[in-house]
Design a protein around this ligand. Structure first.
Ligand SMILES: Nc1ncnc2c1ncn2[C@@H]1O[C@H](COP(=O)(O)OP(=O)(O)OP(=O)(O)O)[C@@H](O)[C@H]1O
Length: 573
């Protein structure tokens, strides 16, 4: 199967109107879509891949004319469920195939009666597939800078996404939490713009000083985190080339910085970006890249007006003129759009397809043209889910949003004893850096108070705190000043605290998608991590339902005498 690049070239006007359609009509509000049947998001992604493979055989990076001729010959599913890694791929990359820890761990493996979380968290090297960033064709200056930061080996999703984005494809990037999606889109962008970019003949005449990339994130914390990641790569001398435009911060100062520093990348929240753009202080028509990080959340009803403006204006008129720069996609007169999340509902695929240029779905070990993805089939029965039939892959798809190295448990507790259970859980697992999630803001303070009263350093993080307070709390937590961060949904997406070794659900997440994002705050980049849901007896059926939807073993347990005791399933069900 060969992807014809630039097959569908949409007229600017048509594209703009289809975007309007998407935000206002075509794309249903995320919450409306997610609440009744959350698992369909995951199912969709998996079903999509499978449908294509059934019809057309596996699509390879090589078939997409990726420079490095990386050949992904086998199905991702085979690798993730224990199948051998494709030898062609290993040889193409000159990498010895490694057995991933996910492969090694049977889903139904018996757990020890007592588990202690190791204090030293090691990165699982099986996540890394290409041997180096050089193999992915990144420019030398960028590679030097990555090496200085100790980044030498790309993760699997980076290996897949970097060549695809460098080939100017619009892309939807889906990979589980903590797998390195941020660099997967940042590195190809920084290969094209800014001081570390690939040298071109155009350079001497290229006096571009406007914004060339807009990155949108749903929360200030995630926005700031992305800014820091860009600054880290640009280095101290060029860090002014990225500007944060997040809400809650002083808007006039942001506008002044835009004028004075002439950044090439802006990263921000939808509201602030669209406000400054509407005020005529941010010019994005010449933008070459638009990234929507946590796209499924950004396209929800809450953000519709701001996202509408952003989608309408960013890259409306590309300043890129040279065929040399655009290569095979020289016909394109618009921005390149990159959509990113661990959870990609079919609505995102549909939307991306309607306003993209031959967009592709990039996952850790596969690349699929979106126009081949079909609407998912109906949800399957439990019998199907338990069998080895192809339909079982529907549930397997949900696993793809969760890091493979996580352990999941649940225990029951009366509401008034939950904090005590939380404390015993932390002691039993010897967890050092803990994020505890609740659904509302009000009770957070009370939990912090109770933990502190028992000598456990804790702090709260929520949207009612000012920007400064939020970043101070987060910094102190990352620096180890607090052992427990008690927070709400605000911290569920994107937050990267690599040391986090335990996530606790003090309240049940609203659905399996929310469970996946919360859980993904631990077990980052192949590290070990544990997720414990503390629920009331009457709520256990919800946990068991999510367990089925996510297809991960969430085991019943209790914490007694400083130990984690794992129950056998029959004792409970
Ligand atoms: N190639 C690499 N080598 C070493 N560390 C890396 C590499 N790529 C990313 N990281 C680190 O891995 C961590 C997780 O990356 P990142 O936050 O991009 O994950 P993510 O997939 O976007 O997660 P989420 O879905 O939760 O947003 C970060 O601390 C990042 O700096």
């Amino acid at each position: 199967m060969r992807l014809t690049v630039g097959q569908v070239h949409l007229h600017v006007l048509a594209l703009a109107s289809s975007r309007s359609c998407f935000v206002l009509g075509d794309h249903l509000p995320f919450r409306m879509l997610s609440l009744p049947r959350p698992v369909r998001f995951h199912q969709t992604a998996w079903r999509a891949t499978e449908t294509i493979e059934e019809k057309s055989g596996p699509l390879t990076l090589a078939s997409l004319e990726v420079q490095n001729k990386v050949e992904y010959g086998k199905k991702e599913r085979a690798t993730r469920t224990g199948g051998p890694k494709p030898s062609s791929r290993a040889s193409a990359l000159n990498v010895k195939p490694k057995v991933s820890s996910f492969n090694a761990k049977p889903v139904k493996s018996a757990l020890p009666k007592s588990t202690v979380v190791k204090k030293t968290l090691k990165i699982d090297e099986s996540l890394f597939s290409a041997k180096s960033f050089e193999e992915l064709g990144l420019p030398p200056l960028l590679i030097d800078q990555l090496n200085k930061e100790g980044l030498t080996t790309p993760t699997e999703v980076q290996s897949a996404a970097i060549p695809i984005i460098s080939q100017k494809h619009d892309a939807v990037i889906q990979s589980y939490t903590g797998s390195g999606k941020t660099l997967a889109y940042l590195l190809p962008i920084l290969s094209e713009i800014g001081p570390l970019k690939r040298p071109t003949e155009q350079d001497s005449s290229d006096k571009r000083s406007s914004v060339e990339a807009v990155i949108v994130a749903p929360s200030r914390e995630l926005g700031m985190q992305i800014v820091r990641e860009v600054e880290k790569i640009l280095g101290p001398n060029d860090k002014r080339l990225v500007q944060q435009l997040v809400g809650g911060a002083n808007r006039s100062r942001q506008e002044e910085a835009l004028k004075k520093n002439k950044p090439i990348i802006v990263v921000g929240t939808p509201g602030r970006i669209s406000e400054i753009s509407a005020a005529g202080k941010l010019h994005t028509h010449g933008c070459r890249f638009l990234v929507l990080d946590e796209v499924d959340q950004l396209l929800s009803f809450n953000y519709r007006e701001h996202m509408h403006r952003i989608l309408e204006h960013v890259g409306r008129k590309s300043g890129t003129t040279s065929r040399d720069i655009l290569g095979p996609l020289a016909r394109r007169s618009e921005r390149q759009t990159i959509l990113v999340s661990a959870t990609i509902p079919f609505s995102v695929i549909r939307a991306a397809r309607s306003w993209g240029h031959d967009p592709v779905l990039v996952r850790a070990l596969s690349v699929v043209p979106l126009n081949l993805i079909t609407v998912p089939r109906p949800v399957l029965s439990q019998t199907d889910a338990n069998s080895n039939s192809p339909s079982n892959s529907v549930n397997q798809a949900a696993v793809d949003s969760l890091p493979p190295s996580l352990e999941h448990y649940y225990c029951t507790s009366k509401a008034q004893h939950k904090v005590d259970t939380l404390r015993r859980c932390i002691h039993a697992l010897e967890a050092q850096t803990v994020i505890a999630f609740m659904n509302n803001t009000k009770p957070l303070k009370d939990v912090v108070f109770k933990l502190e009263a028992r000598g456990m350093k804790a702090t709260e993080l929520h949207g009612d705190l000012g920007k400064l307070a939020r970043s101070t709390v987060l910094k102190k937590f990352k620096d180890g000043e607090f052992r427990v961060l008690v927070t709400n949904e605000l911290s569920a997406r994107g937050l990267d605290v690599p040391e986090c070794d335990l996530v606790i659900n003090l309240d049940l997440p609203t659905d399996s998608t929310h469970y996946a994002h919360r859980a993904g705050r631990t077990g980052r980049l192949g590290r070990k991590g544990t997720v414990v849901t503390i629920c009331e007896e009457t709520e256990t059926f919800v946990v068991r339902k999510m367990r089925k939807q996510l297809a991960v073993p969430i085991k019943p347990c209790e914490f007694t005498e400083g130990k984690l005791l794992v129950h056998k399933e029959e004792d409970v069900e």
